[in-house]
Design a protein around this ligand. Structure first.
Ligand SMILES: Cc1ncc(COP(=O)(O)O)c(C=O)c1O
Length: 390
């Protein structure tokens, strides 16, 4: 009855965890949510005010498909201010979140039967966007020893006849790993040598602790950048993001946006303008610092409990921990069984690695530190009981 592609689109396994967590909560249980991939802070007030103000000014129509000119300009200025990259605003495309940007990128670049190389573990939806355009995700298994990231050597090793490029992410989900400037250069050189396209998902940029994030645009002007107001700017529900693309790609993207969804929400675009206003940056930076404190607490706490974190996650708000030894001791079949058991017995909701990772997800779990420090400490105390009883 429905098209075959729908059957092939895999569901998020974490949704089953979330559903059970909500059910337990409705029965009165105190559940600590560490499975959710969005900031727990509400959008900062100046952004909300800008959205409300735009509505009061009756800004309620469609906008240009590529986005409000003033927002495209502000995004270009942001690259100058943050990364020292000079960018024509003509290369900026405003989208309905990074999700729409990833879908547009797949539609623009990937013919049926062609594929993009990407790290496994990685963001699970990438495979699904490619599947919808009859393309393929060419997954490359990477572990903690390689910082869970793809590199030039792996690109050369895994490039297939039907590979057209690479999709990388920095900071990455689920690992929080950052690509250094040298790593970005290495990837860019390998892709250029293959005459391929390079797409870098920079949605968690701005959320880094100790090491600065770099944009691929600092080293490669031909790359396609995916970004969003969801994470650093705390606007997940507004549904707004952007792409920076080579000038030649803009016309095709404009046609795709016009046809697929006409334009991004005008209210969200006015909110995004306020998000980029430097006057509001200290509020966003205060949140980043708070995430940094949480990261320290959780990372040290998990290591003390024996969770194996064989790398130092430097960005986003995730820690990807190896639990193979716990599974063996506790007799759990895999990370999903572990997550459900920990949820039922201790009220801590985690995401099984199987959502992100075909090769080692069965023995990894993702922790999101989207909880205040006191609650993280509570979660660690509950997890201590879980591992002490093994
Ligand atoms: C790596 C990555 N890319 C893209 C997205 C999509 O984000 P949004 O559509 O909210 O911008 C997410 C969401 O969690 C993500 O983790």
């Amino acid at each position: 009855m429905f098209a075959k592609r729908v059957d092939k689109v895999a569901p998020f396994r974490v949704m089953a965890v979330l559903e059970r967590a909500k059910q337990l909560q409705s029965e009165g249980r105190d559940i600590l949510h560490m499975e959710v991939g969005e900031p727990d802070f509400p959008t900062i007030q100046p952004i909300i005010d800008a959205g409300i103000d735009s509505l009061a000014r009756q800004q309620t129509g469609y906008t240009q498909a590529l986005g409000l000119p003033e927002l495209r300009r502000a995004i270009a200025v942001y690259y100058q201010e943050r990364y020292g990259v000079t960018l024509s605003e003509n290369r900026v495309v405003v989208t309905s979140g990074a999700s729409a940007a990833l879908m547009l990128m797949s539609a623009l670049l990937v013919d049926p039967g062609k594929g993009l190389l990407m790290a496994d573990p990685g963001y699970p939806c990438n495979s699904q966007f490619l599947r919808i355009v009859e393309g393929q995700a060419h997954k490359v298994a990477v572990g903690a020893d390689r910082g869970f990231q793809i590199n030039g050597e792996l690109i050369n090793q895994h490039w297939r006849d039907n590979t057209i490029g690479v999709l990388a992410a920095s900071p990455a989900n689920p690992t929080g790993e950052i690509l250094s400037l040298a790593a970005l250069q290495d990837i860019s050189a390998a892709v250029k040598a293959k005459n391929g396209v390079l797409v870098v998902d920079e949605i968690y940029q701005g959320l880094s602790y100790g090491e600065d994030c770099h944009s691929i645009l600092e080293v490669d002007d031909d790359a396609y950048v995916i970004n969003s107001f969801s994470k650093y700017f705390g606007m997940t529900g507004w549904r707004i993001g952007w792409m920076v693309v080579p000038e030649k790609a803009v016309v095709g993207l404009e046609r795709l946006v016009q046809n697929l969804y006409i334009s991004t929400s005008v209210t969200a675009q006015y909110g995004a303008l306020a998000a980029l206003d430097l006057i509001n940056r200290p509020m966003l930076e205060a949140r980043r610092k708070e995430f940094g404190v949480r990261r320290e607490v959780l990372l040290n706490g998990l290591k003390a409990l024996g969770f194996r974190v064989d790398y130092t996650p430097k960005g986003a708000y995730y820690i990807y921990a190896n639990i193979e030894h716990f599974l063996k001791k506790g007799g759990w079949a895999d990370s999903e069984a572990f997550c459900f058991d920990v949820l039922e017995k201790y009220g801590v909701a985690l995401t099984p690695g199987t959502d992100f990772d075909e090769h080692s997800g069965a023995y990894h779990v993702r922790f999101a530190y989207t909880l205040p420090v006191e609650k993280l400490k509570d979660a660690l105390a509950r997890l201590k009981v879980a591992v002490d009883t093994l």
